[in-house]
Design a protein around this ligand. Structure first.
Ligand SMILES: [Zn+2]
Ligand SMILES: [Zn+2]
Length: 363
């Protein structure tokens, strides 16, 4: 078994950086090959001291060493290299922890983060599309169809990938586990890393004879139509999730989902403001002064607005409940009408005369 690095340097596990440096200086002098010419034992000790110092003087390496034990890593394969050092001859020079694919992977491999240890199937891909709907579609909700080309479950074999009348068998590549375990040499010694078996897509199953329609994959490329229901009140940029409308997984693995992002085309007459709708209308000066009843176009059809006498230019009126429906609710927003007043740029002689008289009256 490889020796404990702290024991090699003769320091406590809690030793400070300086303690380690001091112990190293002392021991490397003591065991220096120049002082013990031809002494194989001294040469070996000198090597060990240097290797121990290389790990313990580096904060990162020391932390990893502390974490994974003193005997060369959890895989217990540290000594495999023939006792050349605590790590079985593994060479630390130029060692970079990132080379191992980051600490996350290593820790997950060792400690089996959550459910990662369970059989991992290659679930079908999720798909993403964007569709454009008209402003009015959002008022009542609408169904929208789209053509999609995607991998779907092969109907001939029902997704198993097996030829009709032949059975599914355990995957030979992974022995039915759905995982391929690789042993990698690393800083700690050897460790095992599991990945999804590509031969069976993680299902652990394969077939004696492949289905001739899908070639054994359990999926076929198909172009078909998917209908998405656009709910009333949806906002521009919101995304719907259609479960199971994505791509089929390999050999009966779970089907992915389809994400539909809805773009609502702006309307020329209406402006959406949250769940409210805004529009504007123009009336004459006389109508503003005397008041008038006008018909307003709303998303629910026309409504009557009573514009009172003395309405100011730009005044806003509310038509309650005439706005957009609230998503997943029976309530609706309001419609706000901005009333503009048209000031004529030209007057006839008769109008001018009349207005001059009116001006005198107001003085
Ligand atoms: Zn098939
Ligand atoms: Zn397999």
């Amino acid at each position: 078994m490889p020796k404990d690095l702290y024991t090699v340097l003769g320091v406590e596990r809690s030793a400070s950086k300086d303690d380690i440096k001091r112990a190293y200086r002392k021991l490397s002098k003591e065991h220096h090959p120049d002082r013990h010419k031809g002494d194989k034992g001294a040469e070996q000790r000198f090597k060990e001291v240097n290797e121990a110092y290389e790990v313990l003087s580096d904060e990162k390496k020391r932390a990893m060493y502390d974490r994974f034990g003193s005997t060369g890593g959890p895989a217990g394969a540290g000594g495999a290299g023939g006792g050349a050092g605590p790590f079985g001859g593994f060479n630390f020079s130029g060692f970079n922890p990132e080379d191992l694919g980051g600490f996350g992977d290593i820790f997950e491999t060792f400690f089996g983060a959550g459910g990662r240890r369970s059989k991992r199937e290659q679930r079908g891909r999720d798909l993403q599309v964007e569709i454009e709907v008209q402003f009015v579609d959002v008022v009542e909700g609408a169904d929208r169809s789209m053509a999609l080309e995607r991998q779907r479950v092969c109907e001939k074999c029902g997704g198993t990938g097996a030829k009709e009348g032949t059975k599914q068998v355990s995957c030979r590549e992974c022995g039915g586990t759905g995982e391929i375990t690789r042993t990698t040499q690393s800083f700690f010694g050897a460790f095992r890393q599991a990945s999804v078996c590509e031969a069976c897509g993680g299902s652990g199953k394969t077939h004696e004879y492949a289905c001739h329609i899908c070639g054994g994959d359990g999926r076929v490329r198909s172009r078909d139509t998917v209908t998405a229901h656009i709910p009333a009140g949806i906002h521009d940029g919101q995304t719907l999730r259609l479960r199971g409308e994505g791509e089929a997984g390999v050999r009966g693995a779970k089907v992915g989902d389809l994400y539909v992002t809805v773009r609502v085309r702006p309307d020329t007459a209406f402006e959406r403001d949250g769940d409210d709708v805004r529009s504007s209308v123009s009336i004459s000066v006389a109508d503003a002064l005397l008041g008038i009843e006008i018909s307003i176009k709303t998303v629910h059809g026309s409504a009557t607005l009573k514009v009172p006498a003395g309405t100011q230019p730009g005044q806003i009126f509310r038509l309650k409940g005439k706005g957009m429906p609230l998503l997943n609710s029976s309530r609706t927003g309001d419609h706000y009408v901005t009333v503009n007043v048209d000031v004529p740029t030209k007057l006839s002689r008769a109008e001018q005369k009349l207005l001059e008289e009116w001006r005198k009256m107001r003085e």
